[in-house]
Design a protein around this ligand. Structure first.
Ligand code: ZN
Length: 284
């Protein structure tokens, strides 16, 4: 299977840096310049780095660094205890889709949210989330920015995401958007590596998978949110996962996304990027 892999060693035009990897320590213009200097061609920024009242500033900074925007991170959680709360989330996500369009992103990443703060009704809250996604379809069509549903590890079901497997994401895509006009799926190795149906679900969802996020799951992780490992430092067989994706037709980017508060976020950003480049070549 490995022989099907695209060779990333000289192909940083296939690689993207999610700015979460650098810990949001510097303004987006500086971050973009560092990523470009490290040889990468693509960036996925986060909303807290962008002045959403004037997103042209960030768009110009990224463009003048010579980078293209792959995706924009991420949705406000769709769940809510009341109709008003849920409508507020839809309005906020509408704004973010418009910002993503200004940035030139083709995709807006959805971390859909977990249970509403006063709810324990998993099924009702999943329905509210699907309703929220569905309500965004007109603005997805008008902006041309699609939403990438990102399943999160089930550890996060209560507080961050009631969407937890690739199969479930594909079910939602087919239910909400059978023609494939609005929703794609982002596969983050960190969230799905454990799935006993990984190969089959990638195969089933292959027509919708438009992103592949890489980092590593540290064998003795201290906590699953901000202790992600550098590729090669943990237990995920990243090359094997990429070979499954590519053998199913995936031709998109490989995006590095490492949230590492106590380790990589304390390392000089340019050193982090050099390490990412080395590991993309050697273990991804
Ligand atoms: Zn991700």
């Amino acid at each position: 299977m490995i022989e099907k892999l695209r060779d990333l060693s000289q192909r940083f035009d296939l690689c993207c840096i999610n700015t979460g990897t650098l810990g949001y320590r510097e303004p987006i213009a500086i971050t973009a310049n560092r990523i470009a200097e490290a040889g990468f061609k693509w960036i996925t920024p986060w909303r807290q780095e962008v002045d959403e009242r004037n997103p042209q500033l960030a768009a110009d900074a990224i463009r003048s660094a010579g980078l293209k925007v792959s995706s924009y991170c991420r949705t406000t959680y769709f769940g809510g205890n009341t109709t008003t709360e849920r409508k507020t989330a839809i309005a906020d996500n509408t704004l973010a889709l418009e910002v993503a369009a200004t940035l030139g992103a083709s995709s807006f990443v959805a971390v859909v949210g977990g249970l509403a703060s006063e709810s324990t009704d998993v099924e009702a809250d999943r329905q509210h989330i699907r309703d929220g996604l569905s309500a965004l379809m007109p603005v997805i069509r008008s902006t041309g920015v699609r939403i990438a549903l990102e399943p999160l590890h089930p550890f996060y079901a209560a507080n961050r995401s009631l969407l937890n497997t690739i199969d479930q994401a594909m079910d939602w895509c087919l239910e909400l958007d059978p023609k494939g006009e609005c929703f794609d799926i982002a596969v983050d190795a960190y969230h799905v590596w454990w799935d006993p149906n990984l190969s089959q679900s990638i195969q089933r969802a292959s027509s919708r998978i438009n992103a592949f996020h890489v980092c590593d799951w540290l064998r003795n992780t201290q906590e699953p949110l901000l202790d992600r490992g550098m590729m090669g430092d943990g237990v995920i067989q990243l090359q094997k996962m990429r070979s499954i994706l590519e053998s199913c037709g995936y031709q998109g980017l490989v995006e590095v996304e490492i949230f590492s508060r106590d380790n990589w976020w304390k390392v000089d950003p340019s050193e982090v990027l050099r390490t990412c480049a080395d590991r993309l070549r050697s273990v991804c």
